[in-house]
Structures are given as C-alpha cells and as structure tokens.
Design a protein around this ligand. Structure first.
Ligand SMILES: [Zn+2]
Length: 295
C-alpha cells in the first residue's frame, strides 16, 4: 500500500481512473439499454409536453372534484417530487412541471398528463397498504411522463390522421399548439387520447416505476404487487384505471426479472408514519361525492 501511494503520480491516478471508467461504461450502458428508458416516436418537444399538459390540467381541474386538504396534498406532493427527482430521461434542460393533485373520488385511479401533471384518486391512497405501494403508483405515472407516452400517443394519432402539410403548420406555431390540436380532434379532458396508454407504454412505465422505487430505497416489487391486489380485490373500482393503464400481462414476472438487474438487494423501505396518518385521515373523511357522468 505504502509503495503504491508513493509511486503513483497524479497522472497515473488520472489514467487509472479513466481506464476504470472506460471498463465500467459498457456495464452501465448495458444496464440502461436493457431497461429501455428511451421515449418512442414523438412529434413534440418536451417543452410542448409541458404546454399541452398545462392546458389539459386546467380542463381536468375544473372537471374533477379535487381534495383540498393541506396534509394529504402536502404528503402526496412531497413524496411525488422526491421520486420525480430520480426519474430517468430528464437531461438536456427538460423542466417538467411535477405537480401532484388528489382527486376526491373513491375510484382507484391515477393518471399523468404530459409534462408532469399527476393526479391520484383518494381511493388509491385508501386502498394502499403502505407507502411503498402508493410510491409505486406515483413512480409508474412518472414513468409515463418521462417516457412521454401522452404526446407519443397523440403523435401516432396525428400521423395517422392529419395530412403532413397540416402537421407542419401545427408544429410550427407552438403558441397556439393546444388550440390547433383541438381542431385536429384531440381533446384535453378526462377522456383524452393523452391518457390512453398502449400495453407497451404500460410495460415501459412499469420498468421506470420499478427503477424509481429501487433508487428511492423502496421495495421495488411494491408497484406491481399493488396493481395485482387492486385488480383482484376491487374489480369494480379499478375499471377506469385498467382502461387507461391496460395490464401488459406478466406484470409481476416482468418486475421480478427487472429487480435483480437494478443492483444488489437492499434493506427496502416499505412504510412511514406519514403515510398511515394520511391513509387514516382519508378513511375518516366524509365519503367522496358520486362521480358525475363524464362528457
Ligand atoms: Zn400506466
């Protein structure tokens, strides 16, 4: 050791460090490659995701009963932001909005608008048994945001429906992007194309969600387990969720295969007193209003 310390100059140390990194990089690249954290085909820029999401969230906020409770909102928002900070694919100056709202509905549902506007139903928080499960729901939705599934869907629809000249016009004028998309038949409400995910988008959101859970120190199996539990236990209250987030099949098996690739097993966190306090508070609130028929 002593010899080593005296004989290695700064230059040799730097060379060793570079060699080490070069040797390591295929491993890192391989892991990211295998995890497929690349968004699909998209006609929009990430900034346009945020613009579109903002427009859509204004629509959603005036149509859904939002729960106004500082403790519940504060909890979901701080958990959501903590997880969003470690979500992949946010380099290159992308600034997602990362806002979190709780909908006062007993349906077990959650959805994400492009650009980072995430909604979680009260029913989902009440159905979760521990913090890791609700963290899994948030992480899955964040997966849809960073993989840009909403505008990917919109892009595919536009490509299929709109003449190319129209597309060029729409994309050239970002200020009136939203209104022009409406002209193309894209709606922004709760039944928007922006919320309908394909099975492959679901698999990718699962992969990202599991990865975020692992990096945040939660049991990375919690997301898939929770989706399995609610589908079996509450079939009537999860219809919308599984319509917007179709089960890709083999969800639990896929996650079981992904987890060992993320790194060594840790002492995973599962719950917190803050989650239990919020869960209890919601269960003792007056029942959620009956949903009004959707337009
Ligand atoms: Zn989903």
């Amino acid at each position: 050791m002593r010899l080593l310390r005296f004989n290695l100059g700064t230059r040799q140390l730097a060379a060793m460090l570079i060699l080490g990194l070069v040797a390591l990089s295929p491993v890192l690249l391989y892991a990211v490659e295998r995890l497929n954290f690349r968004p699909g085909f998209n006609l929009f820029s990430p900034d346009q995701d945020v613009e579109m999401g903002r427009k859509a969230s204004a629509e959603v906020n005036s149509n859904l009963p939002l729960l106004q409770d500082a403790q519940v909102e504060g909890y979901v928002s701080s958990l959501g932001k903590k997880l969003a900070a470690i979500a992949p694919n946010q380099s290159g100056g992308v600034k997602y909005a990362w806002t979190f709202k709780v909908v006062n509905s007993s349906e077990i549902n959650a959805f994400a608008l492009p650009g980072g506007f995430i909604y979680v139903n009260r029913g989902a928080i009440e159905a979760a048994q521990d913090e890791a499960q609700i963290a899994g729901v948030l992480a899955h939705e964040e997966g849809h945001v960073v993989m840009r599934h909403g505008t990917h869907q919109a892009s595919e629809m536009m490509l299929a429906q709109a003449p190319l000249s129209l597309l060029a016009g729409v994309l050239g004028q970002s200020s009136s992007l939203a209104s022009q998309l409406v002209q193309l038949g894209l709606s922004f409400g709760v039944n928007s194309i922006l919320l309908r995910n394909s099975r492959s988008a679901e698999s990718q959101a699962d992969e990202v969600g599991t990865y975020i859970l692992y990096r945040a120190g939660y049991d990375p199996h919690a997301m898939a387990q929770f989706f399995g539990i609610i589908q079996k236990k509450y079939p009537q209250r999860t219809i919308q969720f599984f319509s917007d987030h179709p089960n890709p099949g083999n969800r639990i098996r896929n996650v079981d295969e992904e987890v060992p690739r993320l790194g060594p097993r840790k002492d995973w966190k599962e719950d917190s007193p803050e989650f239990q306090a919020v869960n209890q508070k919601l269960q003792h609130m007056p029942p959620a209003p009956k949903p009004k028929p959707q337009k």
